[in-house]
Design a protein around this ligand. Structure first.
Ligand SMILES: *Cc1c(COP(=O)(O)O)cnc(C)c1O
Length: 419
């Protein structure tokens, strides 16, 4: 493979999605942004949406706004996200945070399997997901046992061990579809089928797959899912998350945070809770409308680009990055901490190095690259196919090599914590 910058320019010139980059704010053209998997870039359209929301809708329409689109926004945007994840429009709703949605759906699932005591997950899952599960087990009287199945190598998910651990006692299996450190991509259909054979419910965390990897919840028969909107969906810092409940399960499950937004007739202000039908039953209280509305512009762009085209570009780009790693960074002591097989990984690549933290600091402070770091030594490079260019990838690898070759990391000490 060619490692010259001209090759990157050729790949960009041939990229059918390249024009989407202009629809994002690029404030510093020299800054290489490789952290779209933690906080997506700002779509230009979101600036106008935000101005209209605040000045006209809030400022002029006042309380009337709730009947002019605010009340419906959670469902309207949920229905658009549904098209990215292989779900029906009435199976997805935007609400709360990923962590809170995990709480609501995991409690609902455990209550639907009252005679079973095992919750299965893996040690590649996002720590917050494990914390939520621990809190739930505590809340429900310590009746449940959380089985955290270890990955064989810290990179690949323990698919076969998970399948073997499923039993008639498994209430819930919950995993990140794409895991946050290595980018490993689970076979959702195969794992869901195995869970169903054991009579367990499945809850998938799509935070690192939605918007970069095709997800087929209906095709896999998945029961429940949650996901984040500020990563590949570019909803902005702290934008609310989404949740999915398969249609035939919606009436069987109960939201443990049974607030008035899930009440049948909320404006009757009756004193007894009667859950509404459909996805609104998984809402709790008033939704953060301003940040909910800002999810829509980028979701529209992702739908326009098409998830299959985005995946094709992402796979070409991760493969390009891996080839550059092999040629230029492996000789400098970097290891590949992501799956080699492009069909088994999402859209970010983790590179390890004994001096990973110091290299990361030098990359940010000396080289104008924003990567992401995950302890102990993972430099995560997120590729957002809507706006990451091949030149960005080439330049990242070149600057990483320069940091090590010229020992620019030496002036940083190992102590500080990076987020
Ligand atoms: C980013 C991410 C979250 C985020 O949860 P919040 O409640 O928004 O803080 C949860 N799970 C996974 C797998 C993530 O990648």
């Amino acid at each position: 493979m060619r490692t010259d910058i001209d090759y990157a320019y050729e790949l960009d010139a041939a990229d059918p999605l390249a024009h989407f980059r202009e629809r994002f704010v690029i404030a510093d053209p020299d800054l290489i942004y490789m952290d779209g998997n933690s906080l997506g870039r700002l779509p230009r359209a979101s600036i106008d949406v935000a101005a209209d929301l605040v000045q006209r809708q809030w400022g002029e329409r006042l309380i009337r706004g709730w009947n002019e689109g605010w009340w419906a926004a959670s469902e309207r945007i949920g229905a658009k996200i549904a098209r990215l994840i292989g779900a029906q429009p009435d199976e997805v709703i935007v609400a709360d945070s990923t962590s809170v949605n995990l709480f609501k759906l995991a409690v609902a699932a455990l209550r639907a399997r009252p005679d079973r005591t095992a919750i299965i997950t893996d040690d590649l899952n996002f720590p917050s997901d494990l914390y939520i599960l621990q809190g739930i087990a505590d809340l429900l009287g310590s009746r449940h046992r959380i089985e955290v199945v270890p990955s064989p190598d810290g990179i690949h998910g323990p698919e076969e061990t998970i399948k073997a651990r499923l039993s008639g006692d498994t209430a819930l299996l919950t995993l990140s579809h794409v895991v946050f450190k290595s980018g490993f991509l689970y076979d959702m259909a195969a794992i869901t089928a195995a869970a169903h054979q054991a009579g367990a419910l499945t809850l998938w965390d799509l935070s690192h797959s939605v918007g970069s990897v095709p997800v087929d919840l209906n095709g896999a028969g998945a029961d429940l899912a949650i996901g984040c909107t500020y990563k590949y969906l570019n909803g902005g810092p702290g934008s609310p998350a989404f949740l999915y409940v398969r249609r035939d399960l919606q009436e069987q499950l109960f939201n443990p945070i049974s607030g008035w937004w899930s009440q049948g007739r909320p404006f009757d202000f009756g004193l007894d809770y009667q859950p509404v039908s459909g996805m609104r039953r998984f809402l709790s209280g008033t939704q953060p409308l301003l940040s909910t509305a800002l999810i829509e512009p980028a979701v529209d762009m992702l739908l326009q680009a098409g998830i299959d085209a985005l995946r094709a570009k992402s796979q070409r780009q991760t493969a390009y990055l891996v080839a550059l790693w092999e040629a230029l960074l492996a000789p400098l002591g970097f290891t590949l901490n992501s799956p080699r097989d492009p069909s088994r990984r999402g859209s970010h690549i983790s590179l390890g190095h004994a001096e990973g933290l110091r290299i990361d600091l030098a990359l940010i402070n000396e080289m104008n690259v924003l990567p992401d770091f995950r302890a102990p030594d993972n430099i995560r490079l997120g590729i957002a196919p809507l706006y990451t260019s091949f030149a960005d990838i080439h330049e990242t690898i070149r600057r990483l090599a320069e940091v090590v070759t010229n020992k620019l990391y030496k002036k940083y000490d190992r102590a500080p914590e990076v987020t």
